[in-house]
Design a protein around this ligand. Structure first.
Ligand code: F6P
Length: 319
């Protein structure tokens, strides 16, 4: 392998820039040439490819987002689109590709690998929903943003004796919501892994009020229910003023935490070393603080993320 490419795909995540930087700098350090592919798989298909040098990644370690740009590109599911993308890579003499992104990005990397083009997947998403790793790049930063938002909501809901529902991203993974609920001291946590019953939640809220609680925070993972409607129902049932706040894309921006920068740097460097050992078709993770790698196809098809039951129990017992 002489020349590698790097792209970011799917929803951006803080720390992606640090990962790109690590791929570029480790690659150059080990005698490779590194090319940046702009705007994810869409840019790959359109041939938006440029060489990167040391200076291309100066002053990016502290920046949120991804300077390479990102895109959701469902067309990459088509075999023909991928064949055209591989042609572009061959045109530039790029032998292997590092893909930084979430599950959709892994799927693209898996398909390219199956077509004989070696890819390495680095987990970059605030959702923390990728198997084979305890943490994804961007999760820690988003977690801190959400906790800060909950702290702010607590100030105002305590002052007004209100119930506050906060909708948190994560797609169908409750990690961000659960972590933020424990760190932010939320009274209730609703995550997809545990199912949801509005009647049960209402019962618990009423029990809280009966115990003398004057304000409460409900940490709610997105896609579980319509939070505006729920706020109306809670208000009607309890007589307590209730507000819903959807944090939205604010959770995805901003300066990456030190943890995310370190994780991204380790993963970027590790990806390059694996490629040099001819280990294509792998995805990277961190487990028990150690870098690990798995077959990307096995990871997508068979591996499951363990659920953190201990943290869930904690969110309940500390209420
Ligand atoms: O995967 C990251 C994520 O932010 C999810 O948490 C969220 O469901 C989704 O992306 C939002 O996607 P978009 O940026 O396309 O609206």
């Amino acid at each position: 392998i002489k020349r590698i490419g790097v792209l970011t795909s799917g929803g951006d995540a803080p720390g992606m820039n640090a990962a790109i930087r690590a791929v570029v700098r480790e690659g150059l350090h080990l005698g490779l040439e590194v090319y940046g592919i702009f705007d994810g798989y869409e840019g790959l298909h359109q041939g938006k490819i440029k060489p990167l040098d040391r200076n291309s990644v100066s002053d990016v370690i502290n920046r949120g987002g991804t300077f390479l740009g990102s895109a959701r590109f469902p067309e990459f599911k088509q075999q023909k689109t991928r064949e055209e993308a591989i042609e572009n890579l061959k045109k530039y003499g790029i032998d292997a590709l590092v893909v930084i992104g979430g599950d959709g990005s892994y799927m693209g990397a898996k398909k390219l690998t199956e077509m004989g083009y070696p890819c390495i997947g680095i987990p970059g998403t605030i959702d923390n929903d990728i198997p084979g790793t305890t943490y994804t790049i961007g999760f820690d930063t988003a977690l801190n943003i959400v906790v800060e938002a909950i702290d702010r909501l607590r100030d105002t809901s305590a002052s007004h004796k209100r119930i506050s529902i906060v909708e948190i991203m994560g797609r169908y993974c409750g990690d961000l919501t659960l972590g933020a609920a424990v760190a932010g001291g939320a009274e209730f946590v609703v995550i997809p892994e545990k199912g949801y019953s509005e009647a049960e939640l209402l019962g618990q809220i009423k029990a809280g009020i009966a115990k003398g609680k004057t304000h409460m925070i409900i940490a709610m993972c997105e896609h579980v229910t319509k939070v505006d409607k729920l706020a109306e129902h809670i208000q009607a049932e309890t007589g307590h003023d209730t507000r819903a706040t959807i944090l939205g894309h604010i959770q995805r921006g901003g300066t990456p935490t030190a943890q995310d920068r370190i994780l991204a740097s380790r993963m970027g460097s590790f990806a390059v070393k694996l490629l040099l050992e001819d280990q294509g078709g792998r995805c990277i993770g961190v487990v028990n603080s150690q870098m690990v790698h798995y077959d990307i196809i096995d990871c997508i098809n068979n591996m499951k993320r363990p659920f953190n039951q201990e943290l869930f129990d904690l969110s309940d017992s500390l209420f």
